[in-house]
Design a protein around this ligand. Structure first.
Ligand code: NOJ
Length: 555
């Protein structure tokens, strides 16, 4: 008997920021009421799961990743009842819900931290956080938000000690050496499991423990604790996704995917290589990264993002080599002058200079590679950004729904909006919005919907085996996905110049080939099968005949 697949294997995940998505009560801030009213859209688009950035009470010094109460909802978004209504409605629409869970730190305004500052040195209450008399500890741990902080330590005049913060000084790191912290945070997990959520995106998982002489990332103790997290989920008896946010090279991210640890992890190295391939027109390193990831952890446990609510994180040479970073910095037309901490602070469309062909080829890869494709809200429209806003806010502006005031995001007067709606040339919400694009058959939005429909009709793209094929052209990535009687061949040209190439299809020699998206017949497969791909062009071909039972119906 074959084991039943988990819901998340190969699922298409849509990431959104609830405060920027849809405002239901007209106060200028997105909320659960608004989000619930937009579930029809998400179902129409064809995504399977919605990942919400943090929804908890927070002073919002780091977009909600600075939490003051892990077991409540930020009042601007609603309350637990509103969350429950949203979750129930999402399930009724056939969608799963993934919550962002921040294990590593709290807000400095969290009652635990306020209590810790006043508690005696060395007490359990004080040791809920990581304190030191000496700010020169763990000096090999990089300062992550270096635009805003110059040290990982902050002096506290009440405690008369320094506390550790791997992110902003407003986000003290929890001390996982303290068993009380472990139990409390496992209790948080239980709380949301009982509420019925379907998954957790575990924020900043590498940083739970510290050790002198290391980068303080992914230490053995961290993995031990994550195994306890997994055990809690197993105890619930539910099929719940645990997805790691670890911005690390593939070989360092892979240990989070041990059988008794987390189910999935973002492949951020792949993201960087995708942009490097587009920037340089060469996909050699992208190909290698794909092969490495699939060799180390085969199958669909890697989550595949292009952009998200952060900068396009490239790092200090640890995630991807310096020359890859340089090729992105010099080759991506929209990237110049937008460096934040360790990456480029732009949304996808402007990064690609507004070229929809580049948007399409990158998503055509995401939708056909093994893994969980992650679509960032607004990227299905080619939405723009607002450079000049503080921190990562340029990428977090309101979703553009219609041409009406505030892009249909909110009925509030414009100055009350959480962030300004985009009106910059080429990206104005009066043109780039859901309502307009739904009505234009050739729009980017309709293209995304069509691709997701095709993906559902081709189960080989979801769970099929994966093989990278030889390509005679440096700009073209070629691979196949197979399951049952279904084989899909994919070729993608990552350069702005057209490419003709021969593909060795000898293992399918004599088989029928059909291009899926255009619905046209190609010559039968042979060892010198010839194709032409225009600039940023791609194709998905079905090879051979497909049993009817291998094609699901799409409702
Ligand atoms: C990663 C999140 O994606 C980012 O937005 C946040 O600032 C840090 N973790 C700290 O929580």
């Amino acid at each position: 008997m074959t084991a039943k697949n988990s819901w998340w294997e190969g699922a298409v995940i849509y990431q959104l920021m609830p405060r920027s998505y849809a405002d239901g009560n007209g106060d200028g801030i997105g909320d659960f009421q608004g989000l619930t009213s937009r579930l029809n859209y998400l179902r129409w688009l064809g995504v399977e799961a919605v990942w919400l950035t943090p929804v908890y009470p927070s002073p919002l010094q780091d977009g909600g990743y600075d939490i003051t109460d892990f077991k409540a909802i930020h009042p601007e978004l609603g309350d637990l009842a509103a969350f429950h209504r949203f979750l129930t409605a999402a399930h009724e629409h056939g969608m799963k819900v993934i919550l962002d869970l921040v294990l590593n730190h709290t807000s400095h305004l969290h009652p635990w931290f306020q209590r810790a500052r006043w508690a005696p040195k060395g007490s359990t209450e004080r040791n809920v956080f990581v304190w030191s008399d000496d700010p020169n500890r763990y000096t090999e741990a990089p300062v992550l938000f270096r635009k805003f902080e110059d040290s990982n330590w902050q002096w506290d005049s009440v405690a008369e000690q320094y506390y550790l913060h791997r992110f902003l000084k407003h986000q003290p790191d929890l001390n996982y050496e303290n068993p009380w912290v472990q139990e409390e945070m496992l209790g948080v997990l239980d709380f949301w499991l009982q509420k019925g959520v379907d998954g957790f995106r575990l924020d900043a998982v590498p940083f739970l423990y510290e050790s002198e002489g290391t980068r303080c990332e992914g230490l053995p103790e961290t993995h031990d604790f994550l195994k306890k997290v997994r055990q809690r989920v197993e105890n619930s008896g539910r099929d719940v996704l645990l997805l790691a946010e670890a911005i690390q090279p593939v070989d360092e991210a892979a240990p989070y995917l041990a059988d008794d640890e987390l189910h999935g992890a973002f492949n951020f190295a792949l993201t960087a290589h995708l942009f490097a391939a587009i920037a340089s027109g060469n996909c050699k390193k992208l190909r290698q990264c794909l092969q490495d990831a699939q060799t180390i952890v085969p199958g669909c446990r890697w989550a595949l993002p292009l952009r998200n609510h952060d900068e396009l994180w490239l790092g200090d040479g640890h995630l991807v080599p310096e020359d890859v970073i340089q090729s992105i910095r010099s080759g991506l037309p929209g990237g110049h002058g937008h460096w934040l901490n360790w990456g480029i602070n732009r949304r996808l469309a402007p990064l690609l200079n507004g070229d929809p062909r580049a948007n399409k080829v990158l998503h055509a890869l995401l939708y056909s590679l093994p893994g969980m494709p992650c679509l960032y809200y607004g990227d299905e429209l080619g939405m723009g950004d607002w450079p000049g806003l503080r921190d990562r806010d340029p990428n977090r502006t309101p979703m553009a729904w219609t041409s009406a005031r505030n892009g249909g995001f909110s009925s509030a007067p414009e100055p009350l909006l959480v962030l300004p709606a985009i009106t910059s040339p080429g990206y104005d919400y009066r043109v780039v919005n859901v309502e307009v694009q739904k009505q234009l058959p050739g729009s980017l939005l309709n293209w995304h919907r069509r691709m997701l429909t095709c993906r559902r009709l081709l189960p080989a793209l979801r769970l099929g085996s994966f093989e990278v094929l030889e390509s005679t052209h440096p700009s073209v990535l070629v691979y196949s996905r197979c399951s049952g009687s279904m084989t899909v061949l994919i070729a993608a040209n990552l350069s702005g110049a057209g490419a003709s190439l021969q593909i060795d299809l000898s293992k399918w020699k004599g088989s029928r080939t059909r291009e899926v998206l255009w619905g046209c017949e190609y010559p039968v497969a042979d060892e010198n099968w010839f194709v032409y791909l225009p600039s940023f062009g791609f194709s998905w071909w079905l090879i051979g005949e497909v049993e009817d039972t291998d094609v699901p119906s799409v409702d």
